[in-house]
Write a new protein. Structure first.
Length: 475
């Protein structure tokens, strides 16, 4: 029955592409579905020129589907519109009492406001700013204030059972370096060993290296090394074991090895002592007291830069930080997912759009609940194209065949460099949405969302590549 349906769809395509009925799949797309035994009902497509003319192709555009990371288009664009491309986040340091002879009496308080991009280099600059104030010794504890966002109500492994994967890190008002540890592998054949370095190594953890250097081809490299985190009463261990081929060269993995308090504490001690500072206290959570005075403020890069990292590399925790920021800024603090959702829906209503099927979830698309139609994703893109923030928004999307998550798609084809496209992928989901410059110099909105057990595979990619090539060459 499937084959018959597809053959009918294929036979309905006229030889002149310009005469293609807008609800009929292009021949190449239908053929790809047939080749990989995927039903046409699993696919939603919208192809629409930016000049406001009617859709060139509209196939199942009103079917609510799981969009995976293409939902970030909505979160990032609403953030641009509401916060402005120059918006920055701040991270503040507070203390009580004057600094005398390089000593800050009492605790050092660090308060975060949701900076999605506070990487180690920025945290170093933040602490360096404190050292430039003449502070050398901290008399009390390091107190981390995360009260700008409500505590997360989920667990890191809730989505897929992999709590140590960086994409599952929970959002936080004080998030440093995405809470990730870079584990680096350096084969040393002359010493018959693999040297392993963890950067940074969180407080209370010790690295145990049981990895063997072997000869032969590279089979998996760093991904094939087993890792186990064993907690102890005072000190935990990260045990690495397995084989690592010298032919793999240097490799690395990013993992989450501890909670945020131990992670920030470890980075703080390492950087502060490295700057010549002294700290003998504990690291704990708390809030800045009303009597504390502001010592130093560090600002993030502007939002226009931040969304480039979010969209080009599909950073989930950064997108979640955006949604919580919207809730905190425009509803109330602490920021919550629910309040962020309210801001998104209010923005849609203010712009004359109603998406009754929409489930924003956490704002990143890393959710089995998130839903939107391909037609409404296309509406977002068309609205973005007409917005004053258009350049910042579309430049944040991956460039086909050149960078981000689209770096290796259709590499070497005539389409290379001629489309800015956001991708999305989950088990059973593959999506692509953005804008293309076709071979006639026209700008075209393209949205393709497929929900099928085979979608997140080379089969699903072949279907979507066939669509992109058709849009470029033939429509």
């Amino acid at each position: 029955m499937l084959a018959l349906t597809l053959l009918v769809a294929m036979s309905a395509v006229p030889s002149a592409a310009a005469e293609l009925p807008r609800h009929t799949l292009p021949r190449a797309v239908a053929a790809a579905l047939h080749r990989y035994d995927m039903p046409a009902s699993s696919l939603s497509i919208v192809v629409r020129p930016v000049d406001g003319a009617g859709a060139i192709l509209d196939f199942n555009s009103d079917v609510p589907r799981s969009p995976a990371s293409t939902l970030k288009l909505l979160t990032t664009f609403v953030s641009l519109e509401k916060l402005g491309p120059a918006y920055t986040w701040k991270t503040e340091a507070f203390g009580r009492g004057p600094v005398r002879d390089g000593r800050l009496p009492g605790n050092l308080y660090i308060k975060g406001y949701g900076d999605p991009d506070l990487v180690i280099e920025d945290f170093w600059r933040f602490l360096h700013g404190l050292r430039e104030l003449g502070i050398r010794t901290i008399g009390g504890d390091l107190v981390l204030d995360r009260s700008y966002f409500a505590p997360a109500t989920t667990t890191p492994g809730e989505f897929d059972g992999h709590p140590r994967r960086p994409y599952n890190v929970l959002p936080s008002a004080l998030l440093v370096n995405f809470q990730a540890v870079r584990i680096r592998f350096f084969p040393e054949p002359l010493r018959h060993r693999v040297r392993i370095v963890a950067d940074p190594l969180p407080d209370g953890l010790r690295l145990i290296n049981h990895v063997h250097l072997v000869r032969g081809p590279c089979l998996g490299g760093a991904r094939a090394v087993a890792m186990q985190v064993v907690r102890g009463p005072s000190m935990g261990r990260v045990i690495l074991s397995g084989d690592y081929a010298a032919a793999c060269g240097q490799g690395d993995r990013y993992r989450v090895l501890s909670g945020p308090r131990a992670y920030i504490g470890g980075i703080f001690r390492e950087l502060w002592i490295g700057m010549g500072g002294k700290f003998y206290g504990h690291v704990r959570y708390g809030q800045v007291p009303a009597t504390a005075r502001l010592l130093y403020t560090e600002h993030s890069p502007p939002l226009a830069d931040v969304i480039r990292s979010i969209n080009k590399f599909s950073n989930n925790v950064m997108a979640r930080q955006l949604l919580l920021t919207l809730g905190a800024k425009f509803v109330q603090t602490p920021g919550t997912v629910e309040n962020g959702d309210r801001v998104v829906r209010a923005w849609l209503a203010a712009n004359g759009m109603s998406f009754p099927e929409l489930i924003v979830g956490n704002g990143s698309g890393l959710s089995r609940r998130a839903r939107i139609t391909a037609g409404h994703l296309a509406d977002i893109l068309l609205t973005a194209y007409r917005s004053p923030d258009m350049p910042e928004f579309f430049s944040s999307l991956p460039i086909l065949s050149e960078d981000g998550t689209m770096k290796y798609r259709l590499d070497g084809s005539a389409l290379a460099g001629r489309a800015h496209l956001k991708t999305g992928s989950l088990d059973g989901v593959l999506s692509t949405a953005g804008i293309m410059l076709d071979d006639k110099g026209r700008r075209i909105i393209v949205v393709c969302v497929q929900n099928d057990p085979q979608a997140d595979s080379l089969s699903g990619e072949a279907v979507q590549n066939a669509l992109l090539e058709w849009v470029y060459h033939q429509h």
